[in-house]
Ligand binder design. Sequence first.
Ligand code: NAI
Ligand code: MG
Length: 510
Amino acid sequence: MLGAGSGFVRAPSSFPPLPRQARPDMSDTVRNRLWIANEWVDARAGAAFPTHNPATGGLITRVAEARAEDVDDAVQAAREAMGNPEWRRMNPHKRSKLLWKLAEALEANADEVAALETADNGKPYFESRKVDLPSIVENFRYFAGMADKVQGSTIPVSGPFFNYTMREPVGVVGIITPWNFPLSLAAWKVAPALACGNAVVLKPAEQTPLTALRLGELAAEVGFPPGVLNVVPGFGPTAGAALVRHPGVDAIAFTGSTAVGKTVMRDAAETLKKVSLELGGKSPNIVFSDASLKDAVRGASTGIFYGMGEVCAAGSRVLVEQSVYDDFVEQLAARADQMAVGDPMESTTRLGAIVSEEQLDRVMGYVEAGKSDGARLVTGGERTTVNGKGNFVTATVFADVDPGMKIAQEEIFGPVAAVIAFEDVDDAIVKANQTIYGLAAGIWTRDVGKAHRVASEIQAGTVWINTYNQYDSGSPFGGYTQSGFGRDRGWEAALEKYTQVKSVWVALDR
Ligand code: NAI
Ligand code: MG
């Protein structure tokens, strides 16, 4: 997911090489304690967990591990912030200014923050620096613009009454994020939550906690009061679950797997929290025979290989009309072969490291499943290393995939394309919707009528026509069906998620 409006897949095909000596030094930006009430603290139990660089296997640092008692401290700090007039009554123009200043701080530190993201996650540095960071900065600016426009309305009612509504913060928002776009996905939720006047407890993924910690620190540096943004790295079943169950938390905004999303919803039911879930996908990228084949091949390639396919909206099911199927598969495989696996810090690298050995094992398990289910492995599917180290896999294309096969049904979260043939428009629609997911879809055709008809028939929260992976801070993003509910980005979605409405009645005749 992700990227600036024009960023994401429109990144230039080559970047100027980064001279070795000019590589940003991130050592100054590694933080490894819990961030609560604008202070670094150790976990109460003294526990810590390692976070590794998946491209080398090297230990970056050991991070304090939040457990229930630490989450409780963070929630108390957030509740105090909500009770603190400095935050609760802050002039909205000032809230706007703080968000803008946070955008500036991220921009000023973009090299280091992007290097930190790449070290922790394994994605190519050009993706972190040229796509993620600019989009994150834009996201904070967008929501800075919203902070002083959170307003209600006056309503004509019968009788001698004046009735108006107010949009008030929900309160303490628990934000739980995954490892694929660690800072971006945190930003998508933190910025609107703060714009609407909430306080936040952020639980980043255990694989990639570092940029979230840095965000907390930068927020304090630009002037957010203590407790407004707390960051508590830890594991899902302990720190994550404690946040979801905590009676002091009013809302949970979650991005991650569909399986955990279901657990989150169940756990949140006990205290009736407001829940929003942005979950997995198995998005169809549909190529009609009248499309520009060259554009469609490019779009299918970036759709599944950008971010190593560790993208919730990845176009992992490529549906291709029978008459162009063979040509398409050949061209997609040729592009896959150009996806250079390499050191994420090299500007020529197109596929960085898979986030963890565990995730790489999952991906390789799906490659095996594809083969044993009878799909044709056209290219890739090889586990590899760079300089003898790290978790890497080559860009993989499976053809002759049956829509019922495991690789066509389950989210792989790796650079593995499943190419499926279809007969005509109706067949394409049926096959596109043959999934429990509904996050995104791509349509490639020169026929305007067909494009719009298919767009309206697809069960998906986002549809891209003759493009893929476009995002903007103003455009809502989220799922249909088991890809979840609630939207990130866009001010209307933010109002829904991060405010509640109060209706006030005033008698005019007494
Ligand atoms: P996950 O869903 O377990 O992790 C996402 C976040 O949820 C992490 O911060 C984790 O600590 C937290 N979490 C885990 N269990 C929790 C619980 N019981 N209560 C509260 N929070 C909890 O994802 P995981 O295991 O890292 O990845 C497994 C698969 O999930 C991937 O292969 C991929 O298919 C899918 N996934 C989808 C993502 C998306 O963006 N839609 C993101 C990450 C994973
Ligand atoms: Mg890591």
